[in-house]
Design a protein around this ligand. Structure first.
Ligand code: ADP
Ligand code: MG
Length: 389
């Protein structure tokens, strides 16, 4: 069928033609976004899920909702190797610049910009050319302790937002790459603005294992946040994700073909897009049949292997590869670390550091103590296809 009209969009963070099965998460976000504007307590969210389930797409959608309600927004992808403050700083500056246009918020914005200036200098943020036009304020956001100073900053921005009749929504993707103290500081800062009834909201997304928090941050995080798990789509939603875009193009897919795609992909959004895309191209004309899906299989798997799986595997060292291949030998997982050690013929303790670096690279995570699992759905099958001859 006409490849130009193919509605499917396999990719990272690409808006799907049909955002299926996520109404609950979006509804909850929408309510929180509106409540915070009304000065009411609202819960921030941390979306947790494997790679390719649609977390980034959801964050983008939530940002859109926030903008539609008049929030100022900042979207950050957590840096794997850089400090959070370096990315956060220009975003905070930008939000304050936007708010400074509102006459009623002038004084509060200036106060926040002064605090930001202190913040930038105490954390040695490079802020290059642009001038502040305000002096730093002593004693605010300048302790050098990220938890205190970020809370000061969020409060100042919240006050400026409130004065402007607006709000600030901060969205951070790939939260697992934040350092523990960075995540803790964000949580403490959100707790503070929440306590003061200030309009600041946070939406994060990351792999299921997010830094094990301790102390205050931990107890706040438990009460302040909700943690929707973003998973494979249930059958009904997975079916819609494929059928609706095809129908919207005025074309049809046969029920057996639909079932085959849902079954092959197990409802994982990234895989749905890839299989939908290839099935459309494989079909000579509408309706798309089961035979078309069978013919699309090779292209779909090739594209997934090259574009989705291999890029993750390529980041591992040879020793790390041995480790994940040993995991795949045990089936689909989750796996006991001790079973992996046994397959490799090594001591569990000796493998600890290797396991830790693979976790740090975001390839595996620990769903519960002593267990590990792949962060990429169906990764064991990929390894079987290519690395276990
Ligand atoms: N609810 C959904 N229904 C259909 N396709 C989706 C859905 N959510 C995401 N996708 C598709 O899945 C792919 C991966 O989405 P992405 O947001 O990058 O996942 P993640 O951030 O969890 O790795 C994209 O091609 C996107 O269009
Ligand atoms: Mg993502």
């Amino acid at each position: 069928m006409d490849e130009v009209r193919n509605p499917f969009v396999p990719g990272a963070g690409t808006r799907p033609p049909e955002l299926a099965g996520r109404q609950d998460i979006l509804k909850t976000a929408d309510v929180a976004i509106q409540r915070v504007l009304a000065g009411r307590g609202s819960q921030s969210q941390m979306l947790l899920g494997l790679r390719g389930v649609g977390k980034t797409v959801l964050l983008n959608k939530i940002e859109e909702i926030a903008l539609s309600h008049g929030h100022k927004t900042s979207f950050i992808e957590a840096p794997e190797e850089r400090r959070l403050v370096d990315l956060l700083y220009p975003r905070m500056h930008q939000v304050l610049r936007q708010l400074s246009g509102v006459a009623a918020a002038k004084a509060k914005t200036v106060a926040a910009l002064r605090a930001l200036r202190s913040f930038a200098s105490v954390f040695k943020v490079e802020y290059g050319e642009f001038a502040f036009g305000v002096d730093a304020e002593g004693g605010v956001a300048d302790s050098g302790n990220l938890e205190y100073d970020l809370a000061d900053m969020f409060v100042r921005i919240g006050e400026a937002g409130q004065a402007a009749g607006s709000a600030w929504t901060l969205l951070i993707d790939e939260v697992q790459y934040l350092q523990e103290k960075e995540l803790a500081a964000i949580i403490v800062a959100i707790h503070r603005t929440n306590q003061k009834g200030l309009p600041v909201l946070f939406f994060g997304a990351g792999l299921p294992q997010i830094a094990a928090l301790s102390g205050e941050a931990k107890s706040y995080a438990e009460r302040l946040f909700i943690y929707p798990s973003v998973d494979a789509l249930p059958e009904q939603a997975a079916t819609e994700a494929i059928e609706q875009p095809i129908n919207d193009e005025g074309e049809v897919i046969e029920p057996l073909a639909l079932m085959a795609i849902v079954q092959k992909t197990k409802g994982y959004p990234y895989f749905l897009q890839e299989w939908g895309f290839q099935a459309w191209n494989a079909a000579a004309q509408s309706p798309i049949t089961e035979a078309d899906v069978v013919r699309a299989a090779e292209a779909a798997l090739n594209r997934l292997d090259e574009g989705f799986f291999k890029v993750r595997f390529d980041r591992l060292t040879p020793k790390e590869r041995d480790y994940v291949i040993a995991m795949a030998k045990l089936g689909a997982g989750p796996y006991r670390s001790s079973d992996v050690a046994e397959i490799l013929g090594e001591k569990l303790t000796a493998l600890g550091p290797r396991r830790a670096t693979i976790i740090a690279k975001g390839m595996i995570y620990s769903p519960s103590h002593g267990d590990i699992a792949f962060t990429v759905p169906m990764f064991d099958e990929y390894l079987k296809r290519h690395w276990m001859v």
